[in-house]
Design a protein around this ligand. Structure first.
Ligand code: RUQ
Ligand code: CUA
Length: 643
């Protein structure tokens, strides 16, 4: 009986709601909106495919490089909502990254190069950690092209926990990529330079300038790169470029493109301080028809390293080209003019290379490469004695795709891939096994990288593709000459033509590459374990402790006060301020600022932060919480008085 009544009530209320919607003046029908906004059926479909009602979460998470911002951008797919900017190479005040003396400051300090503090990075390629060739959701790595560095971000906290500086490169680009079990994080040099920090004339380019690939050893237990177990393979002074790692049949190998194998070093244009009279032309870097892919047996390189077959430069082990060649571990294969993308298929058998100045993608077959290597069948040698394999004998196929093919990502469906066409401003969907071009979708505009769901792992998901476009031109409201970037979401579901769903402006530097991971693989924490911090302050144990000129302040924060609230010190005192956020509630973050002292922190639930500064200015300085944490947030303050 009771059941029937509730059921009836439900039906009645539904009728009432329906009546309200059809009769009240403010009710709007879908067709009204469609008419008003001039939407097509295709638009409606795109909206329905990307709209997340309030509270609904995304299926995939994208980790995108933040380009020149030195940060990383995290957003959801299909909604394209930005979730976080992770501070990596650049100070970021909201996260308290690089202010005061918090642990984050120590991380940024690790990024010093020859003593110089560097506060930006040209980030290019994020790499999610892998287990058996599949994303495991534990770590993500990010490189800095301008100041050759690699950062480790812990995905438990989405915070940067380490920055390593390449001890011998002066720039890099082919990074970050990981081996299938994240034993190593690779970093390939870009612009050749001497490994030492000395001045060497460009006249000695061929003999004293070098390129290479660094294999950074990752210690998963510690969650850090172990610099002491890392090494570099020396390479000729070509400009090494995009790098990918073998898996499956090609496990144990890595592949690095190069450009400018002409070793052209400039002289073009007026005003050179060197080579003034040299006749040069801008085709210097692309005079030859081919460049080289470097094929490295990194397992063999690791053996050489472990056997002590290296010399140290700037304290870092370098395995010479000569030793690599002797160990049958380093080879070159010609690649069409100015190659760029270099992408290994999920089974590891094929390597797809696309050249900016060639309309084709070249598909190399690793089994053919391996057979030639095993037979020691080489076409020739380069000037540095590295064996060169015959181009056509290593080739599976070449497929004409369009103008300016760059990077390739894989689909769940066997053989299906997507390649970005920079000059055409399009995405090509094609089959690398049969060599058939299936479809081209125009995008806006000039695409660089693209990313498909888990598209560079052993098990890609298909479904979604994001085109990382370099220009946005007229896509968004004009905000001045520096336009946002345009990330375009594309539905690549099997059996349907590709469907452009969404334009997302990204106004934080120029992202290069991104990776897309299934959201449920990520397991971040929501609060810290209080006791995991060395300087954790227990509630009730707060206080100010003086030892001569050194003053240690132990504080706690909880809605809505800091303890202690009034702190008086003397001018010239060295302040060390530990604050523990004793909150347990999710998202109850307190910010912390000492006004005018350039001190700022984000104290997340359970976290302890440490600020260090000198009380070098006399006066009265309010300190307060900078996060709107409760109704009494404005009252969450205190006085720091300097006598
Ligand atoms: S690359 S320019 Cu990844 Cu196409 Cu850096
Ligand atoms: Cu704590 Cu505002």
């Amino acid at each position: 009986m009771e059941f029937r009544v509730t059921k009836m009530l439900k039906v009645i209320s539904l009728f009432v709601v329906a009546a309200l919607f059809t009769t009240t003046a403010w009710a709007q029908s879908l067709s009204d909106v469609v008419k008003e906004r001039g939407l097509s059926d295709k638009d409606l479909l795109a909206a329905a495919k990307t709209y997340n009602p309030s509270g609904k979460k995304d299926e995939y998470i994208v980790f995108s490089s933040g380009g020149q911002s030195g940060q990383m951008i995290v957003y959801g797919v299909p909604s394209m909502r930005i979730l976080k900017y992770i501070a990596v190479f650049t100070p970021e005040p909201w996260q308290g990254y690089g202010y005061g003396e918090a642990h984050s400051m120590k991380v940024l300090e690790q990024g010093r190069i020859r003593g110089r503090k560097i506060t930006w990075g040209d980030t290019h390629h994020p790499a999610l950690s892998e287990t058996k060739g599949d994303y495991d959701g534990q770590y993500v790595f990010l490189n800095d092209k301008a100041n050759p560095r690699v950062a480790v971000i812990d995905l438990k906290t989405f915070e940067t926990v380490q920055i390593v500086v390449n001890p011998i490169f002066k720039s890099e680009h082919g990074s970050s990529v990981v081996t299938p079990d994240t034993e190593y994080v690779l970093e390939a040099a870009q612009y050749p330079a001497p490994f030492s920090n000395k001045y060497v004339s460009l006249d000695k380019f061929n003999t004293h300038y070098r390129g290479g690939v660094t294999y950074w050893k990752f210690d998963r237990k510690k969650g850090r790169i172990n610099k002491k177990k890392s090494f570099t393979v020396e390479m000729p002074p070509y400009m090494q470029d995009i790098t990918d790692v073998g898996k499956g049949v090609s496990a144990g190998w890595s592949f690095t493109n190069s450009i400018n194998t002409e070793r052209y070093v400039g002289g073009y244009g007026k005003g050179n301080t060197k080579y003034k009279d040299k006749l040069a032309n801008e085709a210097g870097m692309s005079a030859k028809d081919t460049d080289y892919m470097h094929v490295v047996n990194w397992k063999a390189a690791e053996k050489l390293y472990k056997a002590g077959k290296f010399k140290k430069v700037n304290g870092h082990p370098v395995i010479s080209m000569k030793d690599m060649v002797k160990a049958n571990a380093l080879f070159l294969i010609p690649e069409p003019k100015s190659p760029h993308g270099n992408d290994v298929s999920p089974d590891g058998r094929y390597i797809i290379v696309a050249g900016k100045l060639d309309t084709h993608a070249s598909i190399y077959d690793f089994t053919k490469i391996k057979a030639l290597i095993d037979k020691k069948e080489f076409a020739s040698k380069d000037d540095y004695g590295i064996p060169i394999l015959d181009f056509t004998k290593t080739l599976h196929k070449q497929v004409q795709l369009g103008l300016g093919p760059l990077h390739t990502q894989f689909d769940k469906e066997k053989g299906i891939v997507y390649t970005s066409l920079y000059v055409d401003s399009a995405v090509a969907r094609w089959d690398y096994l049969s060599g058939k071009l299936i479809e081209k979708l125009p995008i806006n505009y000039n695409i660089g990288h693209l990313v498909t769901a888990e598209g560079d792992t052993v098990a890609p998901d298909g479904k979604y593709l994001v085109a990382l476009n370099k220009l946005s031109i007229d896509r968004f409201n004009n905000v001045g000459p520096l336009h946002p970037q345009n990330h375009q979401l594309i539905d690549i579901t099997k059996g349907r033509p590709m469907h452009l769903l969404y334009d997302m402006p990204l106004p934080l530097g120029e992202p290069h590459y991104a990776q897309m991971i299934k959201a449920d693989k990520l397991k971040p924490i929501v609060r810290y374990k209080k006791r995991s911090f060395k300087h954790y302050v227990k509630a009730g144990k707060e206080g100010v402790f003086r030892k001569g000129k050194n003053v240690t302040i132990k504080s706690t924060s909880i809605r809505s006060h800091f303890s202690p609230e009034v702190i008086e010190v003397k001018k010239g005192d060295n302040i060390t301020w530990h604050i523990t956020n004793v909150e347990r509630a999710q998202d109850q973050v307190h910010g912390f600022s000492v006004d005018n002292y350039n001190v700022h922190a984000s104290i997340e639930p359970g976290e302890t932060v440490t600020m260090k500064f000198k009380a070098d200015k006399r006066g009265v300085f309010p300190f307060y919480c900078t996060e709107f944490c409760s109704a009494l947030h404005l009252e969450m303050m205190g006085y720091f008085l300097v006598k």
